[in-house]
Design a protein around this ligand. Structure first.
Ligand SMILES: [Zn+2]
Length: 184
């Protein structure tokens, strides 16, 4: 199982794992001794305290995957720095995020082709838990795929990918008569 964690990031190791009915829980930690302060960049080896962060990752063998990541709060010893402590940053997830970057990418890929509600249902059937509102906020953070700044007239319509199950939304630029975006 340690190989799975090395695929996530080479500096992380498996402490233990638990197989549950519908989920696999991996307790993992970083093997890095020194951590860089994200505010000033200076390195620190002094630990203030330790806590666990729960981060959802891509499913394995049709089971939801939860990473319980040991996260250190460190002292920053740089007297010039505005912060006396900082939290360990994990390279596979944004600070405070509840999902890994690769899971977010997967959710966005699915959601770009479906409405948020249907994407949420489809992902749930694939053992990824994400609610409709989380998908909406992830999509809002995503950079625009199409430059819509010059578009003045649009037509918005729904269409069925599979009637009564999956619907998408299409936006048509009426002046150029081309589709400019499809998502929910
Ligand atoms: Zn600092």
């Amino acid at each position: 199982m340690d190989e799975f964690i090395k695929l996530l990031h080479k500096d992380y190791e498996l402490v233990q794992y638990q197989m549950k009915d519908k989920a696999i829980i991996f307790h993992i930690q970083s093997s890095r001794k020194e951590l860089a302060c994200p505010f000033c960049g200076s390195k620190s080896m002094r630990t203030h305290s330790v806590y666990e962060r729960e981060i959802q990752d891509l499913p394995i063998q049709e089971k939801k995957v939860i990473l319980l990541v040991t996260t250190r709060k460190m002292f920053c010893d740089n007297p010039q720095c505005q912060h006396t402590t900082f939290a360990e940053v994990h390279p596979f997830a944004a600070p405070k995020a509840q999902k890994t970057d690769r899971l977010v990418k997967n959710i966005l890929h699915t959601s770009a082709q479906l409405s948020s509600l249907n994407a949420s249902k489809l992902l749930k059937s694939g053992h990824i838990t994400v609610c409709k509102s989380s998908i909406c906020s992830l999509l809002k953070k995503m950079p625009a795929i199409v430059d819509k700044s010059s578009i003045t007239k649009v037509c918005v319509d729904d269409f069925a990918l599979r009637k009564r199950f999956f619907y998408g939304t299409v936006m048509i630029d009426l002046e150029r008569e081309v589709g400019c975006s499809t998502n929910g």
